[in-house]
Write a protein that binds this ligand. Structure first.
Ligand SMILES: [Zn+2]
Length: 124
C-alpha cells in the first residue's frame, strides 16, 4: 500500500474496493479460457473467492465502525471517526489523538499497537 497517510477506515475501504476489482478482473480473465472448462472454472472460483473476501472486509469495516469514536477535527472542523487512540482525519488528514499525553507529538502508528497489546489482555 502507498506511503500516503490516510485514516484507517479509509485505508481498509480502499483495500476492500481493490479486492472487489481484482476479483472481477480474475473472473473476467476466465472468459479467455472458454475452451478449457477446468481453467475457466478455476478462474471463476478464485475470482469469486476474492469477491467474497472483499465482502468479508466490508463486514469487518462495519464491525470496526462500531468501535470508532466521533470527534470534531481541529483542522477542518468536520466530524470524523477515529479508530484506536491515534488516527488521521478522514477529510484533511490531520493527525488526531484521544490521549492527552500524545498530543502535539508526531503521528505514529506505534502508539496504537502498544496500547492494543495492553488492552487486549484486559478484554479477554
Ligand atoms: Zn480534518
Amino acid at each position: 500500500m502507498g506511503k500516503r497517510k490516510s485514516s484507517k477506515i479509509n485505508n481498509i475501504r480502499t483495500f476492500a474496493l481493490s479486492l472487489l476489482f481484482i476479483g472481477f478482473i480474475i473472473m473476467y480473465g476466465g472468459v479467455f479460457f472458454r475452451e478449457h472448462k477446468t481453467i475457466m472454472t478455476i478462474f471463476m472460483l478464485v475470482g469469486f473467492l476474492v469477491i467474497i473476501g472483499s465482502t468479508v472486509v466490508y463486514f469487518w469495516i462495519g464491525m470496526l465502525s462500531t468501535k470508532t469514536v466521533q470527534v470534531t477535527c481541529p483542522g477542518c472542523g468536520r466530524t470524523t471517526k477515529m479508530l484506536g487512540r491515534v488516527d488521521i482525519c478522514m477529510y484533511c488528514n490531520e493527525p488526531l489523538t484521544l490521549d492527552q499525553s500524545l498530543e502535539g507529538k508526531e503521528f505514529n502508528e506505534q502508539y496504537n499497537s502498544k496500547r492494543k497489546t495492553q488492552s487486549q489482555s484486559q478484554s479477554k
